[in-house]
Design a protein around this ligand. Structure first.
Ligand SMILES: Nc1nc2c(ncn2[C@@H]2O[C@H](COP(=O)(O)OP(=O)(O)O)[C@@H](O)[C@H]2O)c(=O)[nH]1
Ligand SMILES: [Mg+2]
Ligand SMILES: [Zn+2]
Length: 302
């Protein structure tokens, strides 16, 4: 039989076939499917071949994974040499962010966008909780959104409380498989519940001390908004560490650097202290300083 993984806990998986039937499955023995060292051999979104377990009727065994159209990967939090596949076979990846309660760090947003770009997954930034912002803060946020739009990451500001904004989000998600990532507490589950009557995700109360929601979503899981519209919700994480990326490659994943890179004096310019670096000359002009600083922090991590 063939189906897609709709929920993965690491030790067992829920698979759904074309008819909508759901099977609880395990993996048979060791599974090597990638050249990377992975902390999770299978991820939500994977298409797999599976059979009933002859020894334990009613339980199922995954025998094979079908080729992935794409996938997004980050460094594993527990084992630094391993990659962790976040999801596969997706149409777009969205980082749900917020300026307040909690504040999403720009380093998280940019690491996420760079990884999506490297793995050729269309990516977006959706800022939730617009209702908490003053008009001054909204103007500042709109400048941020304009910059991301200009460099190819369609982005917008919404609030789970504003129906008109929810409509805009809905049309972006329509007929696609979208990945939701973000810090815990930004409103991922709230948005999924608003978009779908069925989802019924648990919402976490913001604790006043940290302004962060309690961790509730512990596993990645697919939610059906309608027949063709699906959202993969992921556990809230604090940041996103690049996996398997050479130091001198990172600059190629900043879309706004690409044409300028060629004009630097040295073609292996890392844009740190090299003479005649055009990227450095463009800071505060076509390149936003915050993006450049996040670039420096990414290459320093390596
Ligand atoms: N003010 C405001 N609060 C929101 C909004 N969206 C979600 N919340 C609240 O933020 C808290 C965390 O939401 P939750 O959906 O659990 O976040 P998740 O961890 O990303 O899934 C809950 O108390 C929600 O009611 C919003 O647009 N505006
Ligand atoms: Mg949640
Ligand atoms: Zn340079």
């Amino acid at each position: 039989m063939i189906g897609s993984i709709i929920k993965s806990t690491g030790s067992w998986y829920l698979i759904r076939n074309d008819k909508g039937e759901i099977f609880k499955s395990r993996l048979r023995g060791k599974f090597k499917i990638s050249n990377h060292k992975l902390s999770n051999p299978l991820a939500t979104g994977d298409k797999v071949e599976f059979d009933e377990d002859k020894d334990y009727l009613g339980s199922y065994i995954i025998n094979k994974i079908l080729p992935r159209k794409n996938y997004l990967i980050r460094k594993s939090i527990k084992k630094k040499n391993n990659g962790h596949i976040i999801a596969s076979n997706i149409n777009q990846a969205i980082i749900i962010s917020s300026i307040k309660k909690p504040f999403t760090k720009s380093g998280f947003i940019d690491r996420f966008l760079i990884s999506c770009f490297a793995y050729r997954i269309p990516a977006m930034v959706v800022y939730n909780k617009e209702d908490l912002l003053s008009s001054k803060e909204k103007i500042k946020l709109n400048q941020e959104i304009d910059y991301y739009n200009k460099i190819g990451f369609n982005s917008l500001s919404i609030s789970a409380k504003f129906d008109k904004k929810m409509k805009a989000l809905k049309s972006i998600l329509k007929n696609k498989i979208s990945l939701f990532m973000g810090n815990s507490g930004v409103g991922k589950s709230t948005l999924i519940n608003k978009l779908s009557n069925k989802a019924n995700q648990k919402i976490s109360k913001i604790s006043n001390k940290s302004n962060k929601g309690k961790h509730r979503t512990t596993f990645s899981q697919i939610f059906d908004i309608d027949n063709k519209t699906k959202i993969i919700d992921t556990p809230g994480i604090k940041t996103f560490e690049l996996f398997d990326m050479e130091k001198n490659q990172i600059k190629n994943y900043f879309p706004e650097f690409i044409e300028i890179n060629e004009k630097c004096k040295f073609n292996n310019c890392l844009h740190i202290n090299e003479p005649n670096c055009q990227i450095k000359k463009e800071i505060d002009k076509s390149i936003w300083k915050r993006r450049y600083n996040n670039y420096l922090s990414m290459i320093q991590d390596h």
